[in-house]
Design a protein around this ligand. Structure first.
Ligand code: B12
Ligand code: SF4
Length: 506
């Protein structure tokens, strides 16, 4: 829902896979189904008839679409190797294979760069046993070795030239907008998040030179920095910034970070403001101590507000996330609504959703109420609501409406007139179009209707609830302990003080 209005972003993952396969000598084509429709996809494969087709499945909500596409692709190309990968696919690999009933040959878990070329080569031999030698591979016959890490981030360069329709990518007023990663992974361990479990709590960085080289090669004036937590380490953030300044690269940036990182590295964020930082997203998650504790954010409320105050002082647009719990009553929504009205920030409300691959998936004691993958988009309730479901959605949308009233529609059009005019002069209309879409997307009746759509692929329920879990059982990439985190010792100690686990976990 969020992506239907506020943003549509370059899929870096598939561009990196394409780059890797091209390096191995293959002819590769990409199609981004955020931008093009299924008709365009089927036309492409009918004409081209590739030997292998792969789908990226970062989001759980996209699982049914990916399976249906794989099945139809199998009917058209019976001999092609069809494989799937990505963030969510990595946590539910065996289920994907089963749902697809033979349409998916393999799920490749983990980051693709390390083994996608080996997988395509093994597939060419048409020996299903060969696939199982590829690290990260899961087939109907079993699983291969644990996935390996890609090489140095400096050597990775997305095949940006392979995506048509680049003008469709934007976020808010950054239109058009490309994406870039300065780091990969996250050293924290929040209970509702799978960013850390996917990468085995590792954290790697791109060098300042490589980051600046890549930035200089990007045509778009806007940049979405996809790092889970931007500028964890001041030295790294400064080094990239200095290189960007030295080369005179001028762009507008969006980034996401934590409040405590922002407060620890104020100078870095101030410096990036001078370089063009325009939007910042802070995961505040809750405005009461109880809520923060539940999400294992070891951040006090006053620190969170201090961070917000500092972000405001930078004179940039600040967006924050608040997690609504299905157990909320009218009063709790009302408190958030009032707060949203009082503050200048853009507030995004998501719904507490346990995802496979997170700790919450295993520790949540409430019964899951839906096994429909499509509802796992953090905008639907998949845990029992205290209010009747229709009233819950009514309250949720009424709270999200504040965002519409404050930041979209005619008042926003007036406030953004200069930016809109500049974007239009460049032929970019994405920002303008987003301003009037809210009511057609955020509608309680549509959300209720989603709950009664027939479910063809049912998610496997979590195992019986546990109080404590071993994080190692969640990891996709095997952890490399302290050596897997490119941060200095002071930052490692800071992370340890502020992460929920607190005690040494590899
Ligand atoms: C950038 C980002 C976005 C961008 C997406 C940009 C885009 N078009 O891809 C935006 C802002 C749009 C976004 C939106 C959302 N996001 Co998001 N997002 C991320 C983030 C921070 C980084 C992803 C990224 O670009 N990484 C860098 C690239 C290089 O990595 P990658 O895409 O993962 O690709 C690598 C591997 O996954 C793998 N791979 C990927 N595809 C394939 C395919 C094959 C065949 C193979 C073999 C391998 C493979 O290899 C790639 C290279 O190493 C991740 C967190 C994370 N660390 O992964 C969350 C994350 C993926 N998002 C998440 C969520 C919840 C959402 C939203 C639902 C939030 C919302 N409020 O609406 C929406 C849903 C969007 C949708 N389409 O439905 C969750 C996923 C939850 C889940 N299990 O489904 C994550 C994990 C964050 C979290 N904290 O839990 N997101
Ligand atoms: S800080 Fe927490 S929520 Fe943010 S990416 Fe890391 S583990 Fe996930």
């Amino acid at each position: 829902m969020y992506t239907k209005i506020f943003l549509r972003l370059e899929p870096l993952g598939i561009e990196l896979i394409a780059a890797e396969l091209r390096r191995a000598g293959h002819d590769v084509r990409l199609i981004d189904l955020q931008v093009e429709d299924h008709g365009a996809y089927f036309r492409l494969i009918r004409e081209w008839r590739p030997h292998a087709v792969s789908f990226s499945c970062n989001y759980l909500a996209n699982v049914p679409e990916v399976i249906d596409l794989a099945r139809e692709t199998r009917a058209l190309l019976p001999d092609a190797t069809i494989f799937v990968g990505g963030h969510s696919a990595s946590f539910i690999a065996a289920d994907l294979i089963e749902h697809a009933g033979g349409a998916i040959d393999c799920v490749l878990k983990g980051e693709a760069e390390a083994s996608v070329a080996a997988l395509v080569e093994a597939a060419a031999d048409r020996d299903p046993r060969g696939l199982l030698e590829v690290p990260g591979a899961v087939t109907a016959a079993g699983s291969g070795p644990r996935p390996g890490f890609s090489g140095d981030l400096d050597s990775l360069r997305p095949a940006r030239d392979l995506l048509r329709h680049r003008r469709k990518y934007f976020i808010g007023v950054l239109d058009p907008c490309a994406s870039i990663e300065f780091s990969r992974g996250c050293p924290w361990d929040c209970s509702f998040c799978s960013a850390w479990t996917f990468y085995g709590r590792s954290y790697r960085v791109k060098s300042a030179e490589a980051a600046a080289d890549e930035l200089a090669s990007i045509r778009e004036p806007g940049l979405f920095i996809v790092d889970d937590v931007a500028f964890i380490q001041a030295e790294h953030g400064m080094a990239i910034g200095e290189e960007v300044a030295r080369r005179g690269i001028r762009k507008s940036y969006y980034l996401e970070t934590r409040g405590d990182v922002l407060l620890r590295n104020k100078d870095v964020f101030r410096f990036w403001k001078t370089l063009g930082l325009q939007y910042m997203f802070l995961g505040v998650e809750a405005i009461d101590e109880e809520g923060l504790k539940r999400f294992r954010k070891r951040m006090t409320l006053s620190k969170n507000f201090e961070a917000l105050e500092f972000a405001r002082s930078l004179g940039i647009m600040v967006a924050i996330n608040i997690i609504a719990d299905p157990a909320w009553d009218r009063r709790q929504f009302e408190v958030i609504r009032q707060w949203c009205l009082e503050i200048p920030e853009i507030v995004n409300i998501s719904v507490n959703t346990p995802y496979p691959g997170t700790e919450s998936w295993l520790t949540e004691s409430r019964r899951i109420t839906s096994r429909d993958y499509r509802l796992y988009d953090i905008q639907h309730a998949v845990l029992p609501t205290q209010l009747p479901l229709d009233e819950f959605y009514g309250e949720l949308v009424r709270t999200q409406q504040v965002l519409n009233r404050k930041h979209l529609g005619w008042s926003a059009a007036k406030a953004l007139a200069g930016i809109l005019a500049r974007n239009l002069a460049r032929g970019q209309t994405n920002t303008l179009k987003m301003l009037w879409k809210f009511n057609s997307v955020y509608d309680p009746a549509l959300q209720i209707a989603d709950h009664s759509a027939p479910v063809r692929y049912e998610m496997t329920l979590p195992p019986p609830h546990r109080e404590v879990i071993d994080p190692h059982s969640l990891y996709v990439h095997p952890p490399r302990g302290r050596n897997g985190r490119s941060i200095d010792d002071a930052t490692e100690r800071f992370v340890d003080r502020t992460r929920a686990g607190g005690n040494p976990v590899a």
